[in-house]
Write a protein that binds this ligand. Sequence first.
Ligand code: URA
Length: 259
Amino acid sequence: MDWHAARAALEWQVEMGVTEAISDAPINRFEQVATPAKVPVAAARPVSDALVAQQDAIDPVAVAEAAARGAGDLAALQDAMAAYPHCELQKGARNLVFCDGIAGARVMIIGEAPGREEDRVGKPFVGRAGKLLDRMLAAIDLGRDRDADAAVYITNVLPWRPPQNRDPKPDEMAMTLPFLKRHIALAQPDLLVVMGNISCQALLGKRGITRLRGQWTEAVGRPVLPMFHPAYLLRNPAAKREAWADLLDLQARLHKKKA
Ligand code: URA
C-alpha cells in the first residue's frame, strides 16, 4: 500500500469514528521487553547535534521570502512553492493547489485552504463551497472561465490541505504568506476579495469577519473587500443577505473603476 492510500484508509477510519487501533492478534504489552536500539552514543551524538544546529539555523520564513522573490512569473512561483521543503502540510497533501481562473483578471479571490476535493483535483474551490462561490460570482456576471473584465482569478492562503481541514497554525501561515504576496504581485489584480477569517488574518492581520465584511480596506497596495466564506454561507444561509450586498458593492466598484 502506498503512502497516500494508507493515509486515505486511516482518514476513512477516523471519519467512521474509529478511536483505537486493535490488531488481529492480542498483544500483551506487560510481557514486552523494552529493547533499546544499540546506537553507540558517543558516535551518534555529534551527528545529531550538528543536524539540530543546522535545522535551528534555518529560518523557514526567510527561505520562503527568498524563494518567492526569485520567482519571475506565476509558473516559476508554482515551482518554487512545490520545491519549498519546510511546511509539514505538504507531506500530507496530494496536490499543491495553486490557482484557478484567469491570471491577470481584475478580481483576485483569496480563500483559506484546500479541502478534500481541492486536494484531490489540485484546484481551489471545486467542492460544495466552490459551487456556491461560482453561483455567487455568476450573479454579478463574473466567473473563473469568463473573458477579460468578467474573469476572476482564485487562490488560497494555504496551497496544501491541512489534515482534517483544521485551521492553519501561525507558523504555517507565516511560511506561506510570502508566496501569497508574490502571487498577488505577479497576478496583478485591480482588487482582492478575501473570504473568511483565515484570509483576513493573513492579509489584514485581523479576524472578525462579521465586523470586517463589506468594509473596503487596503492591503499589499490594493483595495480589499472582506466577505463571508462560502462554506460559512452553506452553514448559515441567513448570512447570504449580507453576502449579496457585498457582491453588489463589488460589482459597483468594478463598474466605477472601468468608467
Ligand atoms: N475553501 C477554501 O477556502 N478554499 C478552497 O479552495 C476550498 C474551500
